[in-house]
Design a protein around this ligand. Structure first.
Ligand SMILES: Cc1cc(Cl)ccc1OCc1nc2ccc(F)cc2n1[C@H](C(=O)NC1CCCCC1)C1CCCCC1
Length: 233
């Protein structure tokens, strides 16, 4: 039986990541807004672009707190951010959706999202992903590390020094592996299941441009930052 132990350095690393992750959150809670009232497809599209824009800014701040990230080549830092922003957004959305809410509210939220203006064909894969995240019942350490591991994916387009990214990602993967073993001793496959979600996440993220251009709105307006991140306009 493997004796798994979190070292002192790993505990410090964990604290830095979780503190940064919980600090850098979307200012106002989008779920609360959506639960308050029903918006039109146009208003929902605007809400999404506002939320997404502020989430990218929050993501940049978060990555500055990932130990080692700022010592990467500057252009590689940008390539990692651009390459992971959409996935981070869907992962964040799934985590917002999986939050414990008073009974019946998750169903209302789901309904509001289904009717938000997003085209039917994307609702199924999107909620399949959200439900697969819900079913994991992740703790915040796992959520923070999973986002960090997503950002530190070495094979993003235009990354020059992939080894340097791999080295940091491996540190995070080893920490997550240990956490999963300690957190779920009776579920040896849990770590593998977590990483499997990243594959689903990448597949879902492939659809993001179509999801946006097919949104039921007359005016698909994007902020400059989103034009950078989303393959639109
Ligand atoms: C992230 C994303 C990308 C594309 Cl292309 C299409 C769609 C989408 O999010 C769907 C989505 N899944 C959600 C689950 C829970 C939730 F509370 C809000 C959710 N949203 C959208 C949202 O505000 N997301 C933000 C969440 C915080 C982080 C940045 C993004 C709202 C926008 C208003 C119309 C109803 C959907």
């Amino acid at each position: 039986k493997e004796k798994v132990e979190i070292t002192k350095e790993q505990r410090t690393l964990m604290k830095v990541i979780v503190d940064a992750y919980s600090t850098h959150q979307i200012p106002q809670d989008v779920a609360k807004k959506l639960l308050q009232e029903q918006y039109s497809a146009d208003e929902n599209f605007l809400l999404l672009t506002e939320m997404a824009t502020s989430q990218v800014q929050v993501l940049v701040e978060f990555t500055k707190n990932i130990p080692g990230f700022l010592s990467l080549d500057r252009e590689d830092q940008i390539a990692l951010l651009k390459g992971s922003a959409v996935e981070a957004m869907f992962l964040r959305s799934a985590q917002v959706f999986s939050r414990k809410m008073p009974s019946g509210q998750t169903e209302v939220l789901e309904e509001r999202i289904r009717k938000s203006g997003i085209s039917e064909e994307f609702i199924i894969p999107m909620f399949n992903f959200y439900k697969s995240i819900v079913s994991l019942h992740m703790v915040q350490e796992e959520q923070a590390l999973l986002t960090t591991i997503t950002i530190l994916t070495p094979d993003r387009p235009y990354v020059k020094d992939q080894q340097a990214v791999e080295r940091i990602q491996e540190t995070m993967l080893e920490l997550l592996r240990k956490l999963c073993v300690l957190q779920r001793p009776q579920e040896p496959q849990y770590f593998a299941r977590l990483l499997g979600r990243l594959t689903e996440l990448r597949t879902l993220s492939h659809y993001h441009a179509e999801m946006l251009t097919s949104w039921r709105t007359n005016d698909h307006k994007f902020t400059p930052l989103l034009c950078e991140i989303w393959d639109v306009q």
